[in-house]
Write a protein that binds this ligand. Structure first.
Ligand SMILES: Nc1c(N[C@@H]2O[C@H](COP(=O)(O)O)[C@@H](O)[C@H]2O)[nH]c(=O)[nH]c1=O
Length: 297
C-alpha cells in the first residue's frame, strides 16, 4: 500500500518525466522523486537525453544525504546494467534508499530486473504503482520497443469536404506544438529533422544523410536506424500518403474548418479515415476542429 504522499510523488514523477518527451530517445522518458525517511520530498529528477544521467541519479543528486532511509518513487523500473551511465539500482542502494515504488517494469531489463536486485538487497519494492497514469508518458516508448520501429503520427489540414488543404494558422501552430514532443519531423517536402534540433545530445541520434526511400517499409527502416521512437509527419506528401496506405501511421490528427450549422453535404463530405482507425479525441482550436484517431493494433 502506498501513502497519499507517495502517490502524489508518483504523479509528480510522471509529470516531470514528460519533460524528456522528444529528447530521450532511443531511451525512455523517466521521472523520479525521492522522499526522505519522514516522507517529505527531498529531490526530483528526470532523464533528458541518452548519455546523460538517468532520472534516479538526478533525483538522488538533488536529495543528497536526505535520501538515506528514504523512498525512491520512479516511473520506470531502475536499470540494472552499467551502460553509458552507472546502474541505477546500485545508485539507490549506495544512497541508502529503503523503499522503491515503480510504475512500469522495464521490458528491456538485461537479465535480472532492477526491481529484483533491489529486493534481494533488502529494499522494499512495490511495482505497478499508478502504472496506467505513467503510461500516459511511457506508452509511445513501449509501443516503439514492441514494434521495433518509431510510432508515426500524421498531422494534416483538410478542407470542409475532407480533402487535403494548405495549412491554416491553427495547423501551423499545432505542428509547432507537436514537434516539441516528437523525435523527428518530416515536412511536406519529405525533409527529416529533429523536432528540437540538437536535443538528443551529440553522437547518439543519426539523421538520414540522403532522401528516404520511396517504399514505406524501407523508409521506416531508415527512420528506425536514427534511434527515433516518435515521428511527426506534417502536411501532405507522397511519403506520408504511402505510409498511411501501408497502415504504418499510428495516430492521425486532422484539422478541419468548423462547418456551418446547416450545410448541404457534398457527396464526399467525410473524413479520410482509413479502415482500422478509431476516433480518440475531438476538440476545437480557433476556427478548426482538431480530430485525432488512433490505429487499432
Ligand atoms: N533512462 C532511464 C532508464 N533507461 C533504461 O536504461 C536503458 C538505457 O541505458 P543507457 O544507454 O545506459 O542510458 C534504456 O533502454 C532503459 O532500459 N532507466 C532508468 O532506470 N532511469 C532512466 O532515467
Amino acid at each position: 500500500m502506498q501513502t497519499s504522499a507517495e502517490l502524489a510523488a508518483m504523479r509528480r514523477a510522471i509529470i516531470i518525466s514528460a519533460s524528456g518527451l522528444g529528447s530521450t530517445s532511443p531511451n525512455p522518458p523517466v521521472g523520479c522523486v525521492i522522499l526522505d525517511a519522514e516522507g517529505s520530498t527531498a529531490g526530483e529528477g528526470y532523464h533528458l537525453y541518452k548519455g546523460s544521467a538517468h532520472a534516479e541519479v538526478n533525483a538522488l543528486a538533488a536529495a543528497g544525504a536526505r535520501a538515506a532511509g528514504g523512498t525512491a518513487v520512479v516511473t520506470l523500473e531502475p536499470c540494472n546494467h552499467t551502460g553509458l551511465t552507472p546502474a541505477c539500482h546500485q545508485g539507490l542502494l549506495d544512497a541508502g534508499i529503503a523503499r522503491v515504488l515503480i510504475a512500469v517494469l522495464d521490458p528491456t531489463s538485461r537479465g535480472e530486473g532492477g526491481a529484483e536486485r533491489l529486493r534481494r538487497a533488502g529494499v522494499e519494492v512495490e511495482t505497478h504503482v499508478l502504472e496506467q497514469e505513467a503510461l500516459v508518458v511511457l506508452a509511445p516508448w513501449l509501443a516503439s520497443l514492441a514494434w521495433q520501429r518509431p510510432v508515426l503520427h500524421l498531422l494534416r489540414q483538410l478542407d470542409t469536404s475532407g480533402h487535403p488543404a494548405p495549412p491554416s494558422t491553427e495547423a501551423v501552430a499545432e505542428a509547432d506544438k507537436q514537434r516539441l514532443v516528437h523525435d523527428l519531423v518530416i515536412s511536406a517536402k519529405d525533409v527529416v529533422e529533429e523536432g528540437r534540433p540538437g536535443c538528443h545530445g551529440t553522437s547518439v541520434f543519426r539523421l538520414p544523410t540522403g532522401p528516404l526511400p520511396a517504399a514505406p517499409e524501407a523508409a521506416v527502416i531508415h527512420l528506425t536506424a536514427t534511434g527515433a521512437r516518435t515521428v511527426l509527419l506534417t502536411g501532405t506528401s507522397k511519403l506520408s500518403d504511402r505510409l498511411l496506405g501501408a497502415g504504418l501511421v499510428d495516430r492521425l490528427t486532422f484539422l478541419q474548418p468548423i462547418p456551418t450549422p446547416s450545410r448541404t453535404a457534398a457527396s464526399d463530405a467525410s473524413l479520410p479515415l482509413p479502415e482500422g482507425y478509431a476516433l480518440s479525441r475531438i476538440t476545437r482550436v480557433g476556427e478548426q476542429l482538431v480530430i485525432t484517431a488512433e490505429r487499432r493494433s
